[in-house]
Design a protein around this ligand. Structure first.
Ligand code: GRF
Length: 188
């Protein structure tokens, strides 16, 4: 049985998708040992509802050290599912190939500092991109720079808004995230 820790900062619909996929067997032989949030958020309540151990580590200085302290032994994969804090270099280097993130755009475009949530979709629309999508990638100390595991795109429609784009990106995320998790866990 593979063991995961999921990090969240927001609504946690991607966390919910992972929980559901474990339930249906779409993500086989895996469990979420712990959910960590860096602030009060609905994602924590989702964990609680499903009986998954959960904890808040307040965002800010020493977050990565405190996270190290609570990580269960033998954690196979650390999954960032809408997580807004930056993990420090030491943490990223301690777990090479064991931390993955979902990003709401087609990296390497629209990544890096400040590129999160609605900022990403605003930038995509402003630039007049023809397509957007989502990317699952390994986390390294460079923000959004780690190797891409899986990516899926769709066409942007002429009347697209930030909200409609966010909805479409979420749908893509729900499809590629479980698949990417399976791809990575398979190699452990
Ligand atoms: C997702 O779009 C993810 O790519 C981004 O934040 C959003 C989180 O959504 N980093 P949710 O909390 O999983 O609903």
């Amino acid at each position: 049985m593979k063991s995961m820790v999921v990090l969240v900062s927001g609504g946690g619909t991607n966390l919910q998708r992972i929980i559901d996929c474990i339930g249906t067997g779409e993500i086989p032989n895996a469990e979420i040992k712990l959910v960590v949030a860096d602030r009060e958020c609905f994602g924590l309540q989702r964990a609680e509802k499903h009986g998954i151990k959960n904890v808040i580590i307040k965002r800010g200085k020493n977050f990565s050290e405190k996270l190290t302290d609570v990580l269960p032994e033998n954690t196979d994969l650390i999954v960032l599912a809408g997580f807004l804090s930056i993990l420090n270099k030491e943490f990223c280097e301690r777990f090479p190939g064991k931390i993955i993130n979902i990003h709401p755009a087609l990296l390497p475009k629209f990544g890096g500092k400040g590129m999160w949530g609605h900022h990403v979709h605003e930038a995509v629309l402003k630039t007049g991109e023809k397509e957007s999508g989502a990317t699952v990638h390994f986390v390294t100390s460079g923000i959004d720079e780690g190797k891409i595991i899986l990516q899926k795109s769709f066409e942007i429609s002429p009347n697209e808004t930030v909200e409609s784009l966010a909805d479409k990106v979420h749908e893509v995320e729900y499809s590629i995230f479980p698949e990417a998790i399976n791809m990575v866990l398979k190699d452990y």
